[in-house]
Design a protein around this ligand. Structure first.
Ligand code: PHE
Length: 332
């Protein structure tokens, strides 16, 4: 039949599975050609009906087989095309290629950690989600202690929170009771803060040294911090200013002479000539009591990594470290 030739041709030349499906429906669908031919059979006399039915059935089998084969062919073809169009040419050469940048925060982390590894400190990490005991209570910050306001906290409920400093790692390490302890703990911390010099997530590095009493004292602390700050900032003056932290007694904040104006006074140092860079002190006995350590002494210190990065790279908005803006990141 003329029609059979025509449709066979169309099926063989179908370019896509959708086109093939349309053709199939035009044959076998409710209003399809073969469907109506079959229903027309009832109008024929018995003899003609028999011949026509045989013919139609033959046609049906042929077309079904052809559609089946064409479908498989098209499927393979479409898959091949897909694979080809999604292929990545790994050998493609790109001229102005920039290798991965170091994020400024990571670069400063590395620099600080390098120093302390050289000074025989071990690195300890701790969980970001902490409970009240490790973040506050054991650090001599009982509930309702006014110093809790120094750190605006994200709470999950009464006892679980996002750690506000890396100091809980001190507690977790001392709890194990093995002396001597000589660790730093780098990591992210969280506070409800957001402005030019604060972001809700930032990074600290905390140091802790503990040994049998009276091996560790303030002089040891002063020595290591002066050596460390000179390593990081070069030729600077350093001063220890009396301060308060619940977990250390005595406590101090450490200032360096302003690296921008060399101490003569500028906007960055608020015309004081000094920049505050870290907090430290001799571990408070209440902290040792909370972890069950007796007859020991120690020192601790903590610093903000973003603060160091801002000073060393001259970045004046801390938040820009976390905005993933390539124009900033590409400079490192
Ligand atoms: N944990 C203190 C803070 O986040 C910093 C600090 C650590 C101070 C250790 C003294 C000793 O503010």
């Amino acid at each position: 039949m003329e029609w059979e030739k025509e449709i066979t041709n169309k099926i063989q030349n179908a370019n896509s599975l959708t086109e093939l499906e349309e053709l199939r429906l035009s044959i076998f669908g409710k209003k399809g050609k073969l469907t109506s031919e079959f229903s027309n059979l009832k109008n024929l006399n018995d003899n003609d009906k028999k011949d026509k039915a045989r013919l139609l059935n033959e046609m049906k089998t042929n077309l079904e087989n052809l559609i089946f084969d064409t479908k498989n062919k098209l499927k393979t073809l479409e898959l091949e095309q897909k694979i080809q169009s999604e292929a990545i040419d790994v050998s493609l050469f790109k001229n102005n290629f920039s290798p991965s940048y170091g994020h400024p925060i990571n670069l400063i982390f590395d620099k600080i950690i390098d120093y302390f590894i050289g000074a025989s400190f071990a690195i300890k990490y701790g969980p970001l989600v902490e409970n009240d005991f490790y973040n506050f209570e054991a650090l001599n910050l009982p509930k309702f202690h006014p110093a809790r306001d120094m750190q605006d906290t994200f709470y999950f409920n009464d006892s679980m929170l996002l750690r506000t400093h890396t100091s809980p790692v001190q507690i977790r390490t001392m709890e194990q009771g093995k002396l001597p302890i000589r660790i730093i703990s780098p990591g992210a911390v969280f506070r409800r803060d957001y402005d030019m010099t604060h972001s809700p997530m930032f990074h600290q590095i905390e140091g802790l040294v503990v040994d049998e009493n009276p091996k560790i004292n303030f002089a040891n602390l002063k020595y290591i911090l002066e050596d460390f700050l000179t390593y990081i900032f070069g030729d600077i003056k350093i001063r220890f200013r009396s301060s308060y932290f619940p977990f250390t007694e005595p406590s101090a904040e450490v200032d360096i002479s302003c690296i921008f104006c060399k101490g003569s006074g500028c906007r960055v140092c608020s015309h004081t000539g000094w920049l505050e860079v870290l907090g430290c002190g001799v571990v408070n006995n209440n902290v040792f009591n909370a972890v069950g350590l007796k007859n020991v002494s120690g020192y601790a210190f903590g610093m903000g990594v973003e603060r160091f990065a801002m000073l060393l790279y001259g970045v004046n908005d801390l938040r820009s470290f976390f905005e993933t803006d390539l124009r900033l990141l590409e400079q490192f």
